[in-house]
Every structure is written in structure tokens, then in C-alpha cells.
Design a protein around this ligand. Structure first.
Ligand code: PLP
Length: 233
């Protein structure tokens, strides 16, 4: 067995255990294999092992790899610049990192051009760390309402956050629980074209906890592919 299939089995077992602990169905959590920095060969190997969703955080990398990767659902999980939306609009299943009305405007425009309803998540900076992208929790409802009112070619599917990189489980649990609370609050407002179906939270360091707090999508890179090497750019 290759290290990838072994790691994947491990991650899937952890997902199952966490779902059991939280009394949730195992299929209520999707695994997004985060493939940034990894080559197409290992990505295709993961797809051969049953991976259905992959996440990249840079537009450039999606474009370089897209034609060489087997059929799979692509997720953009990193910061997106407005001028790059046009390159990926026909390629991505879900954009996890929408953090402004301006960006939504451009996504709506490009999606309209190709007759697509683009599914998005709003990225929320729950922890308030300055280094993090994302809107403030208190801005979230209003952005949902504005996007809902203005844009025909966008469907909001939920929220996403990147938690601090820490072993402080209490802090992590607070971040995840806060995002879940925000999602429940927005869900109650029944806004047109806004569903809070998805909560994208949890990475290699913390996905079991995120699942216990309600995550429906976990984004796992290192836990599947091993340590990243950034030296090739
Ligand atoms: C890199 C990345 C991940 C995966 O991180 P790991 O610690 O390798 O699992 C998840 N989410 C985002 C937004 C990332 O950029």
C-alpha cells in the first residue's frame, strides 16, 4: 500500500470516529484533499484512491494542473483576487474564500457570462488574527443579504474559516463553535439563494475537533500528502 492510500485510510477512519462521537452520519462530512504544492502524479494517485474533491489555494496552480488531473471536483480555498476570477470560473465547483462584495460582483459577472450559478462560501475571520483573510463575523449577515439581493449567478452555500495554528483546543473549539453559531443564526433568516448547508472548517491539525463542532467539509493536505515543499515556488 502506498503512503497516500494509507494516509487516506487513516483520515477517513478519523472522520468516521469523529462523526460517531458527534452522533452524525459519516457521509455528512466531505473530505477536501488539499493538493497545493503537490504534483499531478500524487494528486491522480489520491483520485485513484477515491478522492472526489480537491482544494487549491492559488489560481495559478489550478491553471497549471487542471488539464493533467483526472476528473474531480475542484475547490478554491485560498484568497482570490478579482482579476483572476475569469481564469477559474469554468473550473471550480465551490469557492470557499469570498470575503467582499466586490469579489462577489466579479464572480457574478463572470459566472453570468458562461451561464453558471457559482456556488460560494463566505470566509469569516472568526479568530480575528490580523494575518487572516475573511470578513468579520458581525459583517456576515449583511454581506449574505446584499449578495442575495444583487446577484442572480451566485448561490451562497455556507461559511468557511481558517482557525489559528495552535494546540490550544479550547481556542479552536471556540472558533469552530462560533462559526457554527453564526451559520445557524443566518440560516434562521431564510434569505433567498442563501443556504447554510456547508461549514468548511478543520485542517490536518484540527479536523476531528472541527467535525465534533459541526464541520461538513474538512480541508486536509499534510495529513494525506505529507509535509509540503515550497522551494519550487
Ligand atoms: C493549506 C490549506 C489547508 C490544508 O492544510 P493542512 O494543514 O496541510 O491540512 C486547508 N485550508 C486552507 C485554506 C489551506 O490553505
Amino acid at each position: 500500500m502506498s503512503y497516500i492510500s494509507e494516509n487516506l485510510e487513516n483520515v477517513r477512519n478519523n472522520i468516521k470516529t469523529s462523526c460517531d462521537e458527534a452522533k452524525r452520519e459519516e457521509n455528512s462530512v466531505s473530505l477536501i484533499a488539499v493538493t497545493k504544492t503537490y504534483g499531478v502524479d500524487v494528486i491522480n494517485e489520491a483520485i485513484d484512491c477515491g478522492v472526489k474533491d480537491i482544494g487549491e489555494n492559488r489560481v495559478q496552480e489550478i491553471m497549471e494542473k487542471y488539464d493533467f488531473v483526472k476528473p474531480v471536483r475542484w475547490h478554491l480555498i485560498g484568497h482570490l483576487q478579482k482579476n483572476k476570477v475569469k481564469y477559474i470560473i469554468d473550473k471550480v465547483e465551490l469557492i470557499h474564500s469570498v470575503d467582499s462584495f466586490d469579489l462577489a460582483t466579479e464572480i457574478n459577472k463572470q459566472a453570468g457570462k458562461i451561464g453558471k450559478i457559482q456556488k460560494i462560501l463566505l470566509e469569516v475571520n472568526v479568530s480575528g488574527e490580523e494575518s487572516k483573510f475573511g470578513i468579520k463575523p458581525e459583517e456576515c449577515l449583511e454581506l449574505c443579504q446584499n449578495i442575495s439581493e444583487e446577484f442572480e449567478n451566485i448561490k451562497i452555500e455556507g461559511l468557511m474559516t481558517v482557525a489559528p495554528y495552535t494546540d490550544d483546543t479550547e481556542l479552536l473549539e471556540k472558533v469552530f463553535t462560533d462559526l457554527k453559531g453564526l451559520s445557524d443564526e443566518i440560516s434562521k433568516k431564510s434569505i433567498k439563494n442563501v443556504d447554510m448547508n456547508e461549514l468548511s472548517m478543520g485542517m490536518t491539525n484540527d479536523y476531528p475537533l472541527a467535525i465534533r463542532c459541526g464541520a461538513t467539509m474538512v480541508r486536509v493536505g499534510t495529513g494525506i500528502f505529507g509535509k509540503r515543499d515550497y522551494t519550487n515556488g
